[in-house]
Design a protein around this ligand. Structure first.
Ligand code: SF4
Length: 554
């Protein structure tokens, strides 16, 4: 029997089998290897840290081995950023090295989005010193820097690790940051606090070498309420009350976006909190051993779950990895839309948390430093990043609320933002991302500013904010398929026949009660310069035609 950290003994593929197999280790398909699989086999990607600290940081960018630069660096959150000045129309026509800048994007994993005010201050100071004051809050609760030099990495790691933070497995074919409720342990209506399970998984398995070579990335969400987009994760544990056993977690597997998007499937199993790490290790082991490695675009767990179905997945998990049956459990109650925690909310202990909305997650290091100071002035030592690119300050006494809110407003972070600040999200886009075809962050900022003006007359009627998500390419880092208005960057033809930046539109996607993917209408494309008018038109049409209480996705 296989344990979660050791692969089962492979069965040899049948002789004369016409099919090449999908590269599943557990079925003996170890060869041939695609370049990514070869790179991981040649050297465990976690070994690259040593080379960065002892060789590349001293000898500079040009000394970096290409296999490390475009492969193994990711296991420590490092990607080269896009060389400035290359337009989106050329993205697919250039070799990877032609797109590489000598500066890096660096992702710091913040599991559960949980930071102390002190950690937030340190993140901000690192940005000020080493990242030209850049800092984006990603929709996976990470902090993402740009303009990082390889020479500075040893010092950056020293500073992060001294403060209890890490970039390990922030990217790469590995267990990525674990999403968790920003208000875990304090929310009045939370079913169960997932924090101990997140911390235990991180302690036991992040950096565990047997999970450092997965078929592809592996995304986890654990929350006692519906605030982590659990439907689009490789594995998710969602708080639920079992009629006999009490609070625990419902297990979902196989969610994912990008191409061939799929919502996660329930295994129909209830797991108590202290067993979540073992079940998580079982699920990731199934993925490691049975996941498809032959073709990179089929290497996510969703393809395995689609082919097997949740019943077979559960059976393999139980018999080969856990060696015991799981307890059957009920489905969790899902609210109309995922919670974003923006605004002022009362905690279970009588204090308050205050959520603010940076535009599409973009802040600066200086802003993070000032938010940390403002939190501390208000007596708080805890802040949170959210899966909606927002920031939350926890544990504020009623008497300190006004000062904190004033301080945050002063920083451009009002706690009563317009619906557009709340509901517009954007990925990194062409400014820094090598895969991007179009600009996203600046467009999101323009969109928010314009919609605030143009739709001021109807703002009070928007009870359910209309979500607008922008992606710079067909990958779905900003979850476009699950937005009311999802915008996928591509080159389109304008009225004069010119090739210009634009978007394929997906309409009516959602999470929560409306979970489903937006409709992609083939002819429904909008050029970048007409985006504001387009969104305004769609929103006005929705407001004019909706019935009482009708949500956009209904
Ligand atoms: Fe880059 Fe595309 Fe992801 Fe945007 S969606 S960050 S452009 S890979």
């Amino acid at each position: 029997m296989a344990s979660p950290t050791t692969a089962p003994k492979p069965t040899a593929p049948k002789r004369g089998s016409a099919r090449k197999g999908e590269g599943q280790w557990a079925l003996g398909y170890r060869e041939p290897l695609n370049p990514n699989e070869r790179s991981k086999k040649d050297d465990n990607p976690l070994n690259v840290r040593d080379r960065i600290e002892n060789i590349y940081a001293h000898r500079g960018f040009d000394s970096i081995d290409p296999g490390d630069l475009r492969g193994r660096f990711r296991w420590y959150g490092l990607y080269t950023q896009r060389k400035p000045g290359i337009d989106g129309g050329r993205t697919a026509t250039l070799e990877p090295e032609e797109l590489d800048d000598e500066y890096f994007m660096l992702r710091v994993r913040v599991d559960g989005g949980a930071l102390t005010a002190e950690q937030l201050r340190i993140l901000g100071e690192i940005s000020q010193t080493y990242a030209r004051d850049t800092a984006d809050i990603t929709d996976r609760q990470n902090i993402q820097y740009h303009w990082i030099r390889i020479e500075d990495m040893p010092t950056i790691w020293q500073k992060l690790e001294a403060a209890g933070m890490t970039t390990m497995e922030a990217c790469g074919d590995s267990p990525r940051v674990i999403l968790g409720s920003p208000v875990a342990g304090i929310a009045e209506d939370e079913i169960i606090d997932g924090t101990p399970a997140i911390e235990e998984i991180k302690r036991r398995y992040v950096g565990e070498r047997s999970f450092a070579n997965l078929p592809r990335k592996f995304k986890t969400a654990i929350s006692g309420q519906s605030d982590v987009a659990h439907e689009v994760h490789d594995v998710a544990f969602v708080g639920v009350n079992h009629p006999e056993h009490g609070p625990g977690f419902d297990v979902w597997v196989g969610g994912g976006l990008s191409t061939n998007p799929m919502l996660g499937k329930r295994l129909g199993a209830w797991v108590p909190r202290d067993e979540v790490p073992a079940v998580w290790a079982g699920v990731i082991s199934v993925f490691r051993d049975y996941g498809y490695r032959r073709l990179r675009h089929r290497a996510r767990i969703k393809f395995l779950v689609k082919d097997w179905g949740p019943e077979k997945f559960r059976q393999i998990l139980e018999t080969e990895y856990l060696q015991r049956p799981l307890i059957d459990g009920p489905a969790p109650e899902i609210p109309a839309a995922p919670l974003d925690h923006v605004g002022v909310h009362r905690q279970r202990d009588g204090r308050y948390y205050v959520g603010v909305a940076p535009v599409a997650g973009r802040v600066t290091g200086s802003t993070l430093v000032e938010v940390a100071k403002a939190a501390e002035r208000a007596g708080s030592t805890r802040v949170r990043l959210t899966p909606q690119q927002k920031l939350v300050v926890l544990d504020v006494a009623e008497g300190d609320l006004e000062t904190l809110r004033d301080d945050l407003t002063e920083l451009g972070l009002p706690s009563t933002p317009t619906p557009w600040r709340r509901s517009v999200m954007a990925c990194t886009g062409i400014e820094f991302c090598k895969l991007a075809i179009v600009e996203t962050k600046a467009r999101a900022a323009e969109l928010v500013a314009e919609l605030e003006q143009r739709l001021a007359d109807v703002q009070s009627g928007i009870t359910n904010p209309v979500s607008v998500h922008l992606n710079g390419c067909p990958n779905s880092c900003a979850r476009i398929q699950t937005a009311d208005i999802g915008l996928k960057g591509q080159i389109v033809t304008d009225a004069e026949g010119n090739q210009v930046e634009g978007f394929q539109v997906h309409l009516g996607g959602g999470l929560g009660m409306d979970a489903g993917f937006g409709r992609k209408l083939r002819a429904h494309k909008v050029i970048g310069t007409e985006l504001v008018e387009y969104v305004e038109r769609v929103v006005r049409t929705y407001l004019d035609q909706r019935t009482e209480g009708e949500r956009f996705a209904q």
